[in-house]
Structures are given as structure tokens and as C-alpha cells.
Design a protein around this ligand. Structure first.
Ligand code: SAM
Length: 288
């Protein structure tokens, strides 16, 4: 199906975001996209300025979008608005072009419709974008994939724990690169269901997936991965650190959050072992 839509993009102070969401729905928006600290934009999409959020409302008519823009200008101090016409496209498949396949070291990660693009010499992971995080093309995921590739190259047969596994992309990568025991945890039931589908598609059925908490996981692991947001990493430090036999890789951390996250894990007896920045994101590595 094709149709013409109109978007209203609003940049405004972050603390006015929730009031704006309600106001845009009241003004007839059919859906909203939020870009803020909790939901950073996809790569290639403009992000908010410091202290601000971007809210995009989708409207069926130009009149509605412009009417909403006028309402925002009158009611929300400091808001900047822009109305755009979205050319007709086939929405059922056009989103696919946003999903990029990635190559990181020995790994190739991409959606099912692109698997024929994978070079023959790469270890191929097929991850269908659904309602779980981790298609490979987010900087935090690719920073972790790189660390998995390097670690597994030096430690074939290592055991791996992936905390916040999402699609299980990191767990599958570790398994395909020769890991023995691999455990993936996520507190989101839907993510774990979708991760199970990915294990099947990637022929890595013996990865142990669970919504259990760290307290219920037996043993320690040579490599522990955790790509979660910084505040959760700080909170989980007393539970994650004891699981590390050798190396810990943390991501989901913005550059300005580095010191706080590093300190939480040093406090647990781990030593800094390297870091890498990609755009606003940083990967932190620690060693037992
Ligand atoms: C940024 S995604 C990372 C997904 C994947 N590991 C990757 O690197 O692309 C973070 C995941 O952590 C999960 N998560 C958040 N808080 C958690 C917690 N306290 N325990 C376990 N999983 C958590 C989320 O549901 C989400 O799937």
C-alpha cells in the first residue's frame, strides 16, 4: 500500500517531552517517534541537542500537521518545529533499506533478505529485525562484536555470558567463533522468545537462553558481555563482576558516563583493560 504522510518534527527541552506527546496525539497524530537519552536515534538519523528531545508526529494530512505545529509554537516554550511531506512509498518493505548488514572482523551480520551478500569467507549471522535489540548495525553492538571476535580469536573454546542478550547476536557470534558454554540472559520475555528463533535460524541451538537473573546462573565465564544502558550496568556491577573469570566487555555507555561505569567495576576488583569510542558510545573492557 502507498500513501502520503506528513511529519511534524519538534526539538524541545527534554522535560517538556511527555506533555508534547499527549498534545500531539490530541492534535491527531497517528504515531510518534521519540529520540532522547533513553531512545537514542538509529545511526544516520539526527539526534537531539544536549538537554533536548526530538519528537516526531505522523499526520495523515498537511492541515493536521501544520495545525499541530501552530499549537506547539504557541504552547511549548523553546520548541522548534518543522513539517515535512513524506513521499509515497511501500511502507511494508521500505523500512528494510534502513537495516544495514555489518562486517566486523571475521563476522558478517545481516537480515535474511541480504544473506546472499555475505562474503564466503565470513562467519555469517542471520538476524531478522523484530522487537528485540541487536541487528548488528548499532554502534554498541558492533563494538561488542569486535571484542567478541578478538577475544575468541585469542581464546578458542572460551565460555561466554551475554547479559542483556536481546536478539542473542553476541551470544551467536561467540558460539560460531568457537565458544563452548554460552549463556544469554534478558529480562524481556519477548527478546528471549525472538532470540530462540535466532538460535534456530543460525543453527546454534545449545546456547542457554533465559529470563533468569544473574543470581540464578551457575559458574563463572571466561568472557562476560553486557551491552545495556550505563545506569543498569552500574546497578548490576556487584552481580556481573563475580561472573567474570577473565575478561569483561561493557557497552551501551555514552562517553560522558565512562568514569562512573568504570569506577563501579573497579570497586568490584576488576582492572581496566582497554576502551574504544565509536561516535558518542564507548566500549569498556576490564580484566580479572
Ligand atoms: C542494548 S540491548 C543489547 C542487545 C544485544 N546484546 C546487542 O549487543 O545488540 C540491551 C538488552 O538488555 C536487556 N536488559 C535491560 N536491562 C536488563 C537487566 N537488568 N537484566 C537483563 N537484561 C536487561 C534489554 O531487554 C535489551 O534486550
Amino acid at each position: 500500500m502507498s500513501d502520503t504522510w506528513f511529519s511534524l518534527t519538534v526539538d524541545l527541552p527534554e522535560d517538556s517531552k511527555e506533555a508534547l506527546e499527549t498534545a500531539l496525539y490530541d492534535a491527531g497524530a497517528s504515531g510518534l517517534e521519540i529520540r532522547d537519552r533513553e531512545a537514542p536515534p538509529m545511526p544516520g538519523v539526527r539526534g537531539p541537542a544536549a538537554g533536548e528531545a526530538i519528537v516526531v508526529g505522523w499526520f495523515a494530512t498537511q492541515e493536521e500537521a501544520e495545525g499541530a505545529a501552530g499549537m506547539v509554537a504557541g504552547e511549548f516554550t523553546g520548541a522548534r518545529t518543522q513539517v515535512d511531506r513524506l513521499e509515497p512509498q511501500d511502507w511494508s518493505t521500505s523500512w528494510r533499506s534502513l537495516i544495514k548488514c555489518v562486517q566486523v572482523g571475521r563476522l558478517w551480520v545481516g537480515p535474511p533478505w541480504d544473506t546472499d551478500k555475505a562474503p564466503a569467507d565470513k562467519v555469517k549471522l542471520t538476524i531478522e529485525p523484530k522487537m528485540a535489540f541487536g541487528t548488528g548495525d548499532h554502534p554498541t553492538t558492533s563494538l561488542c562484536l569486535e571484542a567478541v571476535d578478538t577475544y575468541m580469536g585469542a581464546h578458542p573454546g572460551a565460555s561466554v555470558l551475554d547479559v542483556g542478550t536481546g536478539t542473542a547476536v553476541l551470544a551467536i557470534a561467540a558460539k560460531k567463533l568457537g565458544a563452548t558454554r554460552v549463556v544469554g540472559l534478558d529480562n524481556d520475555v519477548t527478546s528471549v522468545e525472538l532470540a530462540r528463533e535466532n538460535l534456530e535460524v543460525n543453527a546454534t541451538p545449545d546456547i542457554e537462553l533465559s529470563t533468569k537473573t544473574l543470581r540464578h546462573v551457575q559458574g563463572t565465564f571466561d568472557l562476560v558481555l553486557a551491552n545495556i544502558l550505563a545506569n543498569t550496568l552500574v546497578e548490576l556491577a556487584p552481580l556481573i563482576a563475580p561472573k567474570v573469570k577473565d575478561r569483561l566487555v561493557l557497552a551501551g555507555v555514552l562517553v560522558h558516563q565512562r568514569d562512573e561505569v568504570m569506577a563501579a567495576y573497579e570497586k568490584q576488583g576488576l582492572k581496566p583493560a582497554g576502551e574504544k569510542v565509536h561516535n558518542e558510545w564507548i566500549r569498556l573492557e576490564l580484566q580479572r
